[in-house]
Structure formats: structure tokens, C-alpha cells
Write a protein that binds this ligand. Structure first.
Ligand code: GRG
Length: 302
């Protein structure tokens, strides 16, 4: 994408406690990622770091840490999975920007990986990050092996054909179709392409924390509603004029989006509905789930 996204919008400043919560956890993630992928002399390592340390919000790892805390896991236990989620996310952005996909020049306000390092190396950046992610997720000291394996399988399912990669394939097939895509189709794309990783972030944190089935159900519902709210908010930001200088909006590209399927006003209502459902799913969990509720309100502000 050619613009800075408006998700986690700046329209109304989040409450100070939440700002601090997010900053503290983002710092933990930065440090852990630095420890796993320190600077190196090889061009591949430089290219990996160029994309991994490009100023992302670290939303997925923070969600995993927050869900883990609700389940009773200290951040240190969830951190390897949290980093794995960010690596997978970064891989997906690097590959999504490639000429064969969205063919974007800018990401987070600076040139995309393939524009700086060439297409071949950008493909390898994605491959390396995906592989690093599973290496990290396979080494989780302090987590019972059965739980760690279950979380690992969850992550793989969310990232692969049943989730993100499959959603991207549906998205590619729908792009530029030149016809109105049905809401059901758009929702299916969003659930897999973007929603699956956000849902997995919450579930992996909860699983590693040893969440019982009832708690896992609440957190899963939260993750599913948040995932959809997040992508619809992104669609709305784009339709409302978030495009970069080259005018490559989702509409121009013929992307399958909520505003394209049902119009901007109905898309706004859908985003709010999904946000409220996310908040409601974890309402009964009390103060320890406040960061999760705050994140939902940040993704889709009033
Ligand atoms: C190429 C296998 C493959 C998958 C790509 C998820 C995805 C599938 C592509 C991402 C493209 C995109 C812009 C999707 C919309 C969701 C979105 C706004 C992602 C950006 O996530 P943020 O806002 O990004 O968390 P930061 O920069 O903060 O990390």
C-alpha cells in the first residue's frame, strides 16, 4: 500500500494508560526482535532489518502479549510467539508489495523492500522471515510442550492456505474484476487475509498462557471481531482518501472492499458493529482485559 494507514487512528488520542501499555510492550518486542536478528554484514540481513524495523505498530505481538496476560502468562513467556507473529506480518507486507502482487513503491512512508534491494532479495526477505518465525515459535522455554505445539500449529494454519496465503489468493482473484463483489466474498477474503493472523495472535497468547476453554472462546471471539473491524477500518481509510501521491486507491485498483460492496456509510456501521462485538466478547473478563478493549476502540474510534 502506498500510504500510511489510518487504522489505530489518530482522530482521538487514546487514554494515557493505554498509550503507556502499548509503548512498554512494543519496546519489549523491539528488544526481543533485535536479539534474534541483530545487525549483520550480509545484504540479506540488512534487507530483513530494513523491513522489520521500519516503524510498525507491533499490533499482533501486543495482542498476543495482552491475551497471554489475561490467561496468566507473563510477557516473557509469550514473547517468542509475539516476535514470530511480527515476522510473519512483515513477510506478508514485503511480498504483498512485490510487482507480482500490489506493486507498491512505498510502505510506511519509505521505499518498499524490492525498490531498495531488488525483487529477488525482497522475495528472500519474506522467505527468511517466515522461516525465522517458526524457528522462534518452536523454541519457547517455560511452556509445556503440548501447549507449545498446539500454538505452533495454530500459527501455521492461520498463516497458510486456510488463512493469510489463501486469503491473499482470493484477493488477487477478485482484484480488478470490474464488477461488484458480494459482501460475503469480501468478508471471506478479509477473514482469511488479515483476520486469521489477528485471531491467531490472540489465541496463541491465550494458549501459551494455558487458557481454559471458556476463556479461549471469549478471546477467540474477540480476535475474530477485531480482525474484521481492523480490515474494514483499513478499507474505509482508503476509500475516505488515504491513498498516497500516485492515487492508487483500492477503488482505482478494483479491490474487494467493504465500501465497494456496501458503500462507505454501511461499511462504517459494520466496522463499529465488529468493534463493539470485540469489546463485548471480553467485557466479562474485567480489568485485566482492559488493554484488549482499548485496542479495539483504537482500531475503530467513535
Ligand atoms: C503476500 C502471503 C501474502 C500475504 C499478504 C496481509 C496481507 C496478505 C497483506 C497486507 C496488505 C495489507 C495492507 C493489508 C491490509 C491490512 C493492513 C492494514 C495491514 C497493515 O497492518 P498494520 O497497520 O501495519 O498493523 P504496521 O505497519 O503497523 O505493521
Amino acid at each position: 500500500m502506498t500510504r500510511t494507514r489510518a487504522s489505530m487512528s489518530r482522530r482521538r488520542p487514546p487514554v494515557p494508560d493505554l498509550v503507556r501499555y502499548l509503548a512498554v510492550r512494543a519496546r519489549l518486542v523491539e528488544r526481543a526482535l533485535e536479539a534474534h536478528l541483530p545487525p549483520g554484514r550480509e545484504r540479506l540481513r540488512q534487507a530483513i532489518r530494513y523491513s522489520l524495523f521500519a516503524g510498525g505498530k507491533r499490533l499482533r505481538p501486543i495482542l498476543a502479549l495482552a491475551a497471554g496476560e489475561v490467561a496468566g502468562a507473563p510477557p516473557a513467556v509469550v514473547l517468542p510467539f509475539a516476535c514470530a507473529l511480527e515476522m510473519v506480518h512483515t513477510y506478508s507486507l514485503v511480498h504483498d508489495d512485490l510487482p507480482a502482487m500490489d506493486d507498491d513503491d512505498l510502505r510506511r512512508g519509505r521505499p518498499t523492500s524490492h525498490r531498495v534491494y531488488g525483487e529477488g532479495l525482497a522475495i528472500l526477505v519474506g522467505d527468511a522471515l517466515l522461516t525465522h518465525a517458526f524457528e522462534l515459535a518452536a523454541r519457547v522455554p517455560g511452556v509445556p510442550p503440548a501447549l507449545a505445539l498446539r500454538a505452533l500449529a495454530e500459527l501455521a494454519t492461520a498463516v497458510g492456505e486456510a488463512g493469510m496465503v489463501g486469503g491473499q489468493a482470493l484477493d488477487l482473484a477478485a482484484t480488478g474484476a470490474g464488477r461488484r463483489v458480494s459482501l460475503g466474498r469480501v468478508r471471506a477474503i478479509h477473514r482469511r487475509k488479515t483476520g486469521a493472523l489477528l485471531r491467531a495472535a490472540v489465541r496463541v497468547g491465550a494458549l501459551v498462557g494455558g487458557a481454559r476453554p471458556a476463556l479461549l472462546r471469549c478471546l477467540t471471539a474477540y480476535g475474530e471481531h477485531l480482525g474484521l473491524a481492523f480490515q474494514v477500518a483499513d478499507d474505509i481509510a482508503d476509500a475516505a482518501g488515504g491513498a498516497g501521491g500516485d492515487g492508487r486507491t483500492d477503488r482505482v485498483l478494483g479491490k474487494a472492499t467493504y465500501p465497494a460492496a456496501i458503500g462507505l456509510a454501511a461499511a462504517r456501521r459494520a466496522a463499529v458493529r465488529e468493534r463493539d462485538a470485540a469489546v463485548a466478547a471480553v467485557r466479562a473478563l474485567g480489568p485485566r482485559a482492559e488493554p484488549l478493549r482499548g485496542i479495539a476502540r483504537l482500531v475503530v474510534p467513535e
